[in-house]
Design a protein around this ligand. Structure first.
Ligand code: PMP
Ligand code: GLN
Length: 392
């Protein structure tokens, strides 16, 4: 055998994602898995029936590269109705294999070696590897602890002539914060007159709570001045409890979308056809979005009420299906060590928030996912209570 020397890694700092690590640890130890973000309950039966029907109706061959027309049509109607944004069904909407692929593709088609891309820490874990694989340089803005709000002066200072893109994520994973109209205006003021492209990861768009108090999802789509330079990404996985289907979409104005599609067609070409047909049929139910919001809001409220009896510091949760808690009153150990101990001693799995920081910034905060059945959450809470009572 000749000696083969492995080329240097293009992602030397990347290991296995924390979501996979924690889910595997939960499974090994029979822990209640509040770590990885996915529902442990079933999608709506009508959606499953629609999928069955779509396969039987013959939607089993390649979908068009841009996505099934019925689904693109349904998406166009949705974003018009919700955000007053007009996207052309044929030229400005592309169906993707999950938000992950949409995000990667938007980066791949825009970012060249030497380009800088601003991300906000704590940062969802797929952005930076996408930037690095495409030769870009990630530039880190930090959300302010503990309210995790953006600091626009800091962002202004990070912008250089090499800034190609800013990646934003609202509602935000892992912190559950939601950007405000003032944030969007501050962003608009920063990018006005520049060539900076925006990418909005809006996969939790339908999980913005406390609408009674005036909260709403601030989609990039709502702001024509921002939308004209934006890729906007959402995912059906979150919205319809089907994370395993890996169907999402990207919106962008014609010229940006043309570039996106040049990459999309060679990254994945086209995505699972029958689920697109099923989702299009199910999207006729436009009461779903309000129902989903109220469903998760009730879960959030019940979860927070139960957690308030435990020695954790509850951080705000304005959106998403994640609740962050501080454990500083219990222990001064690092958050990775703490979540490991939580699995072993309490039988509950969580995500250490330091995993979302390049330098592992550890504020003794963990993320708990409440997209779980009542039975799962009740059992997890009972375990946490027993563990705390026994001295944590
Ligand atoms: N962005 C964020 C913020 C997410 O939380 C997730 C998944 N949980 C994704 C993107 C990826 O979505 P998908 O599963 O549709 O690829
Ligand atoms: N985005 C989900 C989370 O934050 C998990 C998706 C994944 O495992 N990549 O938990």
């Amino acid at each position: 055998m000749t000696a083969f020397t492995l080329p240097p890694s293009r992602l030397p700092e990347v290991g296995t994602t924390i979501f996979t690590v924690m889910t595997a640890m939960a499974q090994r130890h029979g822990a209640m898995n509040l770590s990885q973000g996915f529902p442990d309950f079933s999608p709506p039966p009508e959606l499953l029936a629609a999928l069955d029907e779509a396969t039987r109706a013959g939607h089993n061959q390649y979908a068009p590269m841009t996505g099934m027309p019925v689904l693109r049509e349904a998406i166009a109607q949705k974003v018009d109705k919700l955000y007053g944004a007009r996207y052309d069904v044929d030229a400005e909407i592309t169906v993707t294999a999950g938000a992950t692929q949409a995000i990667f593709t938007a980066i791949a088609c825009m970012v060249r070696p030497g380009d800088e891309v601003i991300v906000f820490e704590p940062v969802y874990d797929s952005y930076v590897p996408g930037i690095v694989l495409n030769g870009g340089t990630p530039v880190y803005a930090k959300l302010h602890f503990p309210d995790y709000r953006p600091d626009w002066e800091q962002v202004r200072a990070l912008i250089t002539p090499r800034t190609r893109m800013i990646v934003l994520n609202t509602p935000h994973n892992p912190t559950g914060t939601v950007w405000t109209a003032a944030d969007m205006q501050a962003l608009a003021a920063l990018v006005r007159g520049t060539g900076i492209v925006l990418m909005g990861d809006e996969v939790y768009e339908h999980m913005v709570f406390d609408a009674e108090g005036g909260a709403r999802h601030e989609s990039l789509c709502r702001y024509p001045e921002l939308a004209e330079r934006s890729f906007v990404v959402s995912s059906f996985g979150k919205t319809y409890h089907v994370t395993g289907w890996k169907i999402a979409y990207c919106l962008a104005p014609r010229a940006l979308m043309a570039e996106f599609r040049k990459a999309h067609q060679f990254i994945v070409f086209t995505v699972h056809a029958p689920s697109q047909v099923a989702l299009a049929a199910f999207m006729r139910n436009d009461r779903w979005y309000d129902e989903l919001r109220l469903f998760y809001q009730a879960k959030r409220d019940a979860f927070r009420a139960a957690l308030s009896g435990l020695p954790f510091e509850l951080l705000p949760c304005a959106g998403t299906y994640f609740q962050c808690v501080g454990y500083g009153a219990l222990s001064q150990e690092g958050d990775r060590a703490f979540v490991e101990r939580l699995v072993h001693e309490a039988g509950v799995a969580a995500i250490p928030v330091s995993a979302f920081y390049r330098d592992g910034d550890d504020r003794k905060v963990i993320r708990l996912c409440f997209a779980k059945s009542e039975a799962t959450l009740d059992e997890a809470l009972a375990r946490l209570r027993r563990w705390a009572a026994a001295g944590a």
